[in-house]
Design a protein around this ligand. Structure first.
Ligand code: URA
Length: 188
């Protein structure tokens, strides 16, 4: 396992998959490296690729509002990253091979942050981290504990921008995350 500096350095020059050919920046992750809660998205979009920061485009604005609802803030009490750290062209879903090439970096991040709670944002992250057969429509907001870490998934903020009818369910899921953080005595 690498420590933060080495991990960031290795990521920034990674050529393990084809996404390195088209990226402008590697989007490593942001937030409190000792947070008790970690959010995992799918992969960088255009704004993220251009800035090197996760969730700074339209979906990111919504994510910030969602965090505010449960007293979280990206800079102080959570850590935010993605399954793949380079933008898939035209925002297509990251290929299984790209996810496999990149997942070791995320596992290393999880080992360093040591979160008590992991929230997958959308189906791609839920399938990769919780269960390959995960069905986001049926299972969002449900909890599973693995190796002492509580895991759940909620709809991706991009999905909530496209389909506002999913927002009430997501509000309930957010309240459930806040409850879980209390249960595990997370530092907020
Ligand atoms: N969507 C994601 O899944 N991750 C980002 O960082 C931005 C948009």
């Amino acid at each position: 396992m690498m420590q933060w500096n080495e991990l960031k350095g290795v990521c920034s020059s990674c050529t393990r998959c084809g996404l390195c050919e088209t990226r402008h920046n590697v989007v490593f992750g942001t937030g409190n490296e000792n947070a008790d809660i970690l959010f995992v998205g799918e992969g960088p979009g255009e704004q993220e690729d251009l800035t090197g920061l996760p969730f700074v485009g339209p979906a990111g604005k919504l994510l910030d509002d969602m965090l505010t609802i449960i007293d979280l803030d990206r800079n102080t009490n959570c850590y935010i990253c993605n399954i793949v750290k380079c933008r898939p062209p035209h925002n297509r879903d990251p290929l299984e091979t790209e996810q496999e090439s990149c997942i070791g970096y995320l596992r290393n991040q999880v080992a360093l942050v040591k979160p008590k709670v992991i929230v997958c944002l959308g189906r791609i992250a839920a399938k990769k981290l919780i269960d390959p057969d995960y069905r986001i429509t049926r299972q969002h907001g449900t909890w599973t504990e693995r190796a002492g870490v509580w895991m759940t998934a909620i709809y991706h903020p991009s999905a909530l921008l496209r389909d506002v009818s999913k927002r009430p369910e997501t509000f309930d899921d957010l309240l459930s995350i806040r409850e879980k953080l209390k249960e595990v005595d997370a530092k907020i």
